[in-house]
Design a protein around this ligand. Structure first.
Ligand SMILES: Cc1cc2nc3c(=O)[nH]c(=O)nc-3n(C[C@H](O)[C@H](O)[C@H](O)COP(=O)(O)O)c2cc1C
Length: 214
């Protein structure tokens, strides 16, 4: 991530194993207006890298050190970037009407670490971005938003759901409406982040009731 003091930070995480594919194109399109507005932007490649699913050890509730009990490099990189970001943009291809396995592992583990540590993502901005050939994109979109919404993340709307249509690598570049949506989404996040900061920043990071491990 390029450092600029005091600038707002956005991270985009690509859950597609296909580098240079449709999800990556969409995510980078969202980052463009943010970079133009002076945000520090970062991109993390998650898809295709080894990441395990949550093993329900509840270590995160015991240690409360904002870490996951399992140590694997790409997860720790993603979590660190998510924790330091003002805006988290999670992207996935649609696989059988849902997110990729790597993205699901990140959602479960980062989501639980955030809950276990008193709401680490509260009042951050979050957006889901999904590449889809034909059907099921809104379900994948919902999967990502479910993690955001129960973690107190502020989820801005755009002109449609944040979907881009395409099958082969780069096909989404032909989806003009999808690309306009990503432009709008990036601009909206930039406006929201600036407005939140000008309004005095985040309220106290406190949750009313912390769920106990089962
Ligand atoms: C295992 C697998 C399952 C898929 N399932 C769906 C699906 O349910 N619906 C759909 O419209 N496209 C589906 N697709 C197509 C991808 O979502 C589509 O090609 C997308 O643009 C890929 O994004 P990427 O280029 O970032 O990898 C599937 C592709 C794969 C490899």
């Amino acid at each position: 991530m390029k450092k600029k003091s005091e600038s707002l930070k956005a991270v985009a995480i690509n859950g597609s194993p296909r580098r240079g594919g449709n999800t990556e194109v969409l995510l980078k399109r969202v980052l463009e207006p943010l970079a133009a507005a002076g945000w520090e932007t970062g991109f993390v490649q998650l898809g295709g890298k080894p990441i395990r699913g949550c093993r329900a050890c509840y270590q995160c509730f015991k240690t409360k050190d904002s870490r996951c009990g399992q140590k694997d490099g790409v997860f720790e990189e993603c979590l660190e970037k998510m924790l330091e970001a003002d805006a988290i943009i999670l992207g996935s291809p649609t696989y059988f009407t849902d997110v990729s396995a790597e993205m699901k592992a990140l959602l479960d583990r980062a989501g639980l670490v955030a809950v276990a540590n008193g709401g680490l993502f509260r009042k951050k901005i979050g957006a889901a971005v999904v590449a889809v050939r034909r059907g099921g994109g809104t379900h994948a979109f919902d999967t990502i938003n479910h993690m955001f919404l129960m973690n107190g993340v502020i989820v801005p709307g755009s002109t449609y759901w944040n979907l881009g249509f395409g099958l082969d690598k780069g096909d989404v570049k032909q989806d003009e409406e999808g690309l306009r949506n990503m432009d709008d989404l990036g601009q909206t996040i930039a406006w929201l982040g600036r407005t939140l900061r000008e309004g005095g920043g985040k309220p106290e990071q406190r949750v009313c009731a912390e769920p106990a491990p089962e």
